[in-house]
Write a new protein. Structure first.
Length: 278
Protein backbone atom coordinates (compact mmCIF):
# COMPACT_ATOMS: atom_id res chain seq x y z
CA UNK A 1 0.00 0.00 0.00
CA UNK A 2 1.07 3.63 -0.49
CA UNK A 3 1.96 5.72 2.53
CA UNK A 4 3.29 9.15 3.39
CA UNK A 5 5.56 9.89 6.33
CA UNK A 6 3.15 12.53 7.67
CA UNK A 7 0.37 9.93 7.88
CA UNK A 8 2.41 7.27 9.65
CA UNK A 9 1.96 6.21 13.27
CA UNK A 10 4.54 4.06 14.99
CA UNK A 11 4.89 1.84 18.03
CA UNK A 12 8.43 1.18 19.22
CA UNK A 13 8.89 -2.28 20.71
CA UNK A 14 12.59 -2.27 21.50
CA UNK A 15 15.88 -0.45 20.99
CA UNK A 16 19.07 -2.29 21.83
CA UNK A 17 22.78 -2.04 21.04
CA UNK A 18 24.43 -5.36 20.19
CA UNK A 19 27.86 -5.71 21.85
CA UNK A 20 30.86 -6.04 19.54
CA UNK A 21 31.76 -9.63 20.38
CA UNK A 22 34.04 -11.55 17.96
CA UNK A 23 32.32 -14.28 15.96
CA UNK A 24 28.83 -13.98 17.41
CA UNK A 25 25.92 -15.58 15.57
CA UNK A 26 22.23 -14.76 15.80
CA UNK A 27 18.91 -15.10 13.98
CA UNK A 28 16.04 -12.68 13.72
CA UNK A 29 13.74 -13.77 16.54
CA UNK A 30 10.77 -11.46 15.92
CA UNK A 31 9.49 -11.49 12.34
CA UNK A 32 6.04 -10.01 12.99
CA UNK A 33 7.27 -6.40 12.99
CA UNK A 34 9.71 -4.14 11.15
CA UNK A 35 13.39 -3.96 12.12
CA UNK A 36 16.20 -1.51 11.47
CA UNK A 37 19.82 -2.45 12.12
CA UNK A 38 22.45 0.26 11.86
CA UNK A 39 26.02 -1.06 11.60
CA UNK A 40 28.54 1.44 13.00
CA UNK A 41 31.64 -0.64 12.35
CA UNK A 42 33.00 -4.13 11.80
CA UNK A 43 32.34 -6.86 9.25
CA UNK A 44 29.99 -9.81 9.00
CA UNK A 45 27.68 -11.97 6.95
CA UNK A 46 23.89 -11.62 6.74
CA UNK A 47 22.01 -14.55 5.22
CA UNK A 48 18.59 -13.61 3.87
CA UNK A 49 16.39 -15.70 1.56
CA UNK A 50 19.23 -18.21 1.05
CA UNK A 51 21.69 -15.53 -0.03
CA UNK A 52 24.81 -14.51 1.89
CA UNK A 53 25.68 -10.81 1.84
CA UNK A 54 28.80 -9.20 3.30
CA UNK A 55 27.98 -6.21 5.53
CA UNK A 56 30.13 -3.56 7.15
CA UNK A 57 30.20 -0.20 8.87
CA UNK A 58 27.98 2.58 7.58
CA UNK A 59 25.20 0.23 6.45
CA UNK A 60 21.51 0.34 7.31
CA UNK A 61 19.60 -2.97 7.18
CA UNK A 62 15.81 -2.95 6.85
CA UNK A 63 13.79 -6.10 7.59
CA UNK A 64 10.08 -6.12 6.83
CA UNK A 65 7.60 -8.44 8.59
CA UNK A 66 8.03 -12.11 7.75
CA UNK A 67 11.62 -11.84 6.47
CA UNK A 68 14.02 -14.32 8.17
CA UNK A 69 17.64 -13.38 8.81
CA UNK A 70 20.80 -15.16 10.01
CA UNK A 71 23.73 -13.01 11.16
CA UNK A 72 27.37 -13.82 11.84
CA UNK A 73 30.03 -11.38 12.97
CA UNK A 74 33.68 -11.43 11.96
CA UNK A 75 36.19 -12.89 14.42
CA UNK A 76 38.72 -10.13 13.78
CA UNK A 77 36.42 -7.16 13.08
CA UNK A 78 33.25 -7.74 15.16
CA UNK A 79 30.08 -5.96 14.15
CA UNK A 80 28.91 -3.11 16.35
CA UNK A 81 25.30 -2.18 15.66
CA UNK A 82 21.96 -1.04 17.08
CA UNK A 83 18.59 -2.70 16.51
CA UNK A 84 15.28 -0.83 16.43
CA UNK A 85 12.13 -3.00 16.40
CA UNK A 86 8.82 -1.33 15.54
CA UNK A 87 5.35 -1.55 14.01
CA UNK A 88 3.92 1.20 11.81
CA UNK A 89 0.62 2.01 10.12
CA UNK A 90 -0.92 4.65 7.88
CA UNK A 91 -3.56 6.81 9.58
CA UNK A 92 -5.51 9.58 7.85
CA UNK A 93 -7.73 12.27 9.38
CA UNK A 94 -10.87 13.31 7.54
CA UNK A 95 -12.88 16.39 8.45
CA UNK A 96 -14.27 15.11 11.74
CA UNK A 97 -13.17 11.50 12.00
CA UNK A 98 -10.17 9.21 11.76
CA UNK A 99 -9.77 6.40 9.28
CA UNK A 100 -8.95 2.95 10.62
CA UNK A 101 -5.15 2.54 10.75
CA UNK A 102 -3.81 0.35 7.94
CA UNK A 103 -0.68 -1.64 8.84
CA UNK A 104 2.24 -0.97 6.51
CA UNK A 105 3.40 -4.31 5.18
CA UNK A 106 6.66 -3.03 3.74
CA UNK A 107 8.30 0.38 3.59
CA UNK A 108 9.78 1.64 0.34
CA UNK A 109 13.33 0.85 1.43
CA UNK A 110 15.93 -1.67 0.27
CA UNK A 111 17.10 -4.59 2.40
CA UNK A 112 20.63 -3.17 2.52
CA UNK A 113 21.45 0.52 2.23
CA UNK A 114 25.17 1.40 2.22
CA UNK A 115 25.25 5.04 3.31
CA UNK A 116 27.21 7.89 1.77
CA UNK A 117 29.25 10.03 4.14
CA UNK A 118 26.74 12.91 4.32
CA UNK A 119 24.02 10.57 5.62
CA UNK A 120 26.19 8.24 7.67
CA UNK A 121 26.83 10.71 10.48
CA UNK A 122 23.24 11.87 10.78
CA UNK A 123 21.74 8.38 10.79
CA UNK A 124 24.35 7.03 13.19
CA UNK A 125 23.66 9.88 15.62
CA UNK A 126 19.90 9.28 15.43
CA UNK A 127 20.41 5.63 16.38
CA UNK A 128 22.63 6.67 19.27
CA UNK A 129 19.97 9.15 20.39
CA UNK A 130 17.34 6.39 20.29
CA UNK A 131 19.62 4.23 22.44
CA UNK A 132 20.06 7.01 25.00
CA UNK A 133 16.35 7.81 25.20
CA UNK A 134 14.91 4.28 25.22
CA UNK A 135 13.44 3.29 28.60
CA UNK A 136 10.69 0.65 28.18
CA UNK A 137 7.52 1.51 30.06
CA UNK A 138 8.42 5.20 30.41
CA UNK A 139 5.83 6.89 28.19
CA UNK A 140 7.70 10.20 28.00
CA UNK A 141 10.96 8.54 26.95
CA UNK A 142 9.13 6.29 24.48
CA UNK A 143 7.55 9.41 22.93
CA UNK A 144 11.04 10.87 22.51
CA UNK A 145 12.16 7.74 20.68
CA UNK A 146 9.13 8.04 18.39
CA UNK A 147 10.25 11.57 17.56
CA UNK A 148 13.70 10.20 16.72
CA UNK A 149 12.09 7.50 14.55
CA UNK A 150 10.27 10.06 12.38
CA UNK A 151 13.49 11.99 11.79
CA UNK A 152 15.32 8.74 11.14
CA UNK A 153 12.83 7.48 8.55
CA UNK A 154 12.95 10.80 6.69
CA UNK A 155 16.74 10.72 6.63
CA UNK A 156 16.80 7.07 5.51
CA UNK A 157 14.39 7.76 2.64
CA UNK A 158 16.56 10.66 1.48
CA UNK A 159 19.64 8.44 1.71
CA UNK A 160 17.91 5.74 -0.34
CA UNK A 161 16.98 8.27 -3.02
CA UNK A 162 20.50 9.71 -3.11
CA UNK A 163 21.98 6.23 -3.43
CA UNK A 164 20.12 5.61 -6.66
CA UNK A 165 21.10 8.86 -8.38
CA UNK A 166 24.07 10.09 -10.38
CA UNK A 167 25.63 13.48 -9.62
CA UNK A 168 23.53 15.26 -12.25
CA UNK A 169 20.38 13.76 -10.79
CA UNK A 170 21.46 14.84 -7.32
CA UNK A 171 21.80 18.44 -8.51
CA UNK A 172 18.32 18.61 -10.01
CA UNK A 173 16.82 16.83 -7.00
CA UNK A 174 18.44 19.33 -4.64
CA UNK A 175 17.23 22.19 -6.85
CA UNK A 176 13.67 20.83 -6.84
CA UNK A 177 13.77 20.49 -3.05
CA UNK A 178 14.94 24.11 -2.65
CA UNK A 179 12.28 25.22 -5.14
CA UNK A 180 9.56 23.45 -3.15
CA UNK A 181 10.81 25.04 0.07
CA UNK A 182 10.36 28.48 -1.53
CA UNK A 183 6.75 27.56 -2.35
CA UNK A 184 6.21 26.21 1.18
CA UNK A 185 7.50 29.33 2.89
CA UNK A 186 6.46 31.96 0.35
CA UNK A 187 2.91 30.83 -0.46
CA UNK A 188 1.44 34.02 1.08
CA UNK A 189 3.35 36.27 -1.30
CA UNK A 190 2.89 36.89 -5.01
CA UNK A 191 5.07 34.14 -6.42
CA UNK A 192 6.12 33.95 -10.05
CA UNK A 193 6.80 30.27 -10.57
CA UNK A 194 8.72 30.73 -13.83
CA UNK A 195 11.08 33.23 -12.21
CA UNK A 196 11.64 30.94 -9.23
CA UNK A 197 12.35 28.07 -11.59
CA UNK A 198 14.89 30.11 -13.55
CA UNK A 199 16.74 30.92 -10.31
CA UNK A 200 17.56 27.22 -9.87
CA UNK A 201 19.81 27.21 -12.93
CA UNK A 202 17.67 24.63 -14.72
CA UNK A 203 15.16 25.31 -17.47
CA UNK A 204 11.63 25.94 -16.16
CA UNK A 205 10.25 23.16 -18.38
CA UNK A 206 12.76 20.61 -17.07
CA UNK A 207 12.23 21.68 -13.46
CA UNK A 208 8.43 21.47 -13.79
CA UNK A 209 8.71 17.99 -15.27
CA UNK A 210 11.04 16.84 -12.49
CA UNK A 211 8.86 18.43 -9.81
CA UNK A 212 5.77 16.66 -11.17
CA UNK A 213 7.59 13.31 -11.25
CA UNK A 214 8.65 13.73 -7.61
CA UNK A 215 5.51 15.22 -6.07
CA UNK A 216 2.75 14.03 -8.40
CA UNK A 217 1.60 17.46 -9.61
CA UNK A 218 2.89 20.61 -11.29
CA UNK A 219 4.36 23.44 -9.17
CA UNK A 220 1.25 25.56 -9.82
CA UNK A 221 -1.06 22.74 -8.77
CA UNK A 222 1.04 22.22 -5.65
CA UNK A 223 0.95 25.93 -4.77
CA UNK A 224 -2.83 26.10 -5.34
CA UNK A 225 -3.36 23.07 -3.09
CA UNK A 226 -1.04 24.48 -0.42
CA UNK A 227 -2.84 27.83 -0.35
CA UNK A 228 -6.17 26.03 -0.16
CA UNK A 229 -5.01 23.91 2.80
CA UNK A 230 -3.91 27.03 4.68
CA UNK A 231 -7.23 28.74 3.88
CA UNK A 232 -9.28 25.75 5.08
CA UNK A 233 -7.54 25.83 8.46
CA UNK A 234 -7.90 29.57 8.88
CA UNK A 235 -11.62 29.33 8.11
CA UNK A 236 -12.05 26.50 10.63
CA UNK A 237 -9.82 27.61 13.47
CA UNK A 238 -9.74 31.43 13.38
CA UNK A 239 -12.23 34.25 13.36
CA UNK A 240 -10.31 36.16 10.68
CA UNK A 241 -12.37 37.79 7.97
CA UNK A 242 -12.51 36.22 4.53
CA UNK A 243 -10.63 39.26 3.21
CA UNK A 244 -7.81 38.78 5.71
CA UNK A 245 -7.66 35.05 4.98
CA UNK A 246 -7.44 35.69 1.25
CA UNK A 247 -4.51 38.04 1.79
CA UNK A 248 -2.76 35.70 4.28
CA UNK A 249 -2.98 32.78 1.86
CA UNK A 250 -1.53 34.55 -1.17
CA UNK A 251 -4.66 35.51 -3.13
CA UNK A 252 -4.69 38.91 -4.80
CA UNK A 253 -8.30 39.68 -3.82
CA UNK A 254 -11.41 38.15 -2.25
CA UNK A 255 -13.02 37.42 -5.61
CA UNK A 256 -10.06 35.35 -6.78
CA UNK A 257 -9.95 33.54 -3.42
CA UNK A 258 -13.68 32.75 -3.37
CA UNK A 259 -13.66 31.53 -6.97
CA UNK A 260 -10.63 29.27 -6.43
CA UNK A 261 -11.94 27.97 -3.09
CA UNK A 262 -15.37 27.06 -4.45
CA UNK A 263 -13.90 25.36 -7.51
CA UNK A 264 -11.70 23.15 -5.31
CA UNK A 265 -14.04 22.50 -2.38
CA UNK A 266 -17.54 22.87 -3.80
CA UNK A 267 -18.48 25.66 -1.37
CA UNK A 268 -17.66 29.33 -1.02
CA UNK A 269 -15.43 30.29 1.94
CA UNK A 270 -18.42 31.71 3.80
CA UNK A 271 -20.51 28.59 3.18
CA UNK A 272 -17.66 26.34 4.28
CA UNK A 273 -17.17 28.28 7.53
CA UNK A 274 -20.92 28.17 8.25
CA UNK A 275 -20.95 24.39 7.74
CA UNK A 276 -18.09 23.91 10.21
CA UNK A 277 -20.07 25.77 12.85
CA UNK A 278 -23.14 23.52 12.55
Amino acid sequence: MEYALGNMVVHIHWVIAKPALPGWEDIRQTVSGHTFYYIYSGKGIFRCEERDVEVGGGTLVYLWPGLPLYMKSSETHPLRMTMLLFDCASLRKKENEWDTPEPIERMRLPFLLPLQSEHMGKIGELFREAEREWVPGDLVREARVKSVWYRLVQEVHEAAEAGGRHSGEEEITAAVRRFKEKLDTGFATELRITELAEQTGFSPVYLRRTFAARYGCSPKEYLDQLRNEHAVRRLRFTGDSVTDIARACGYSDVYQFSKAFKKRNGFSPTEYRRMQGD
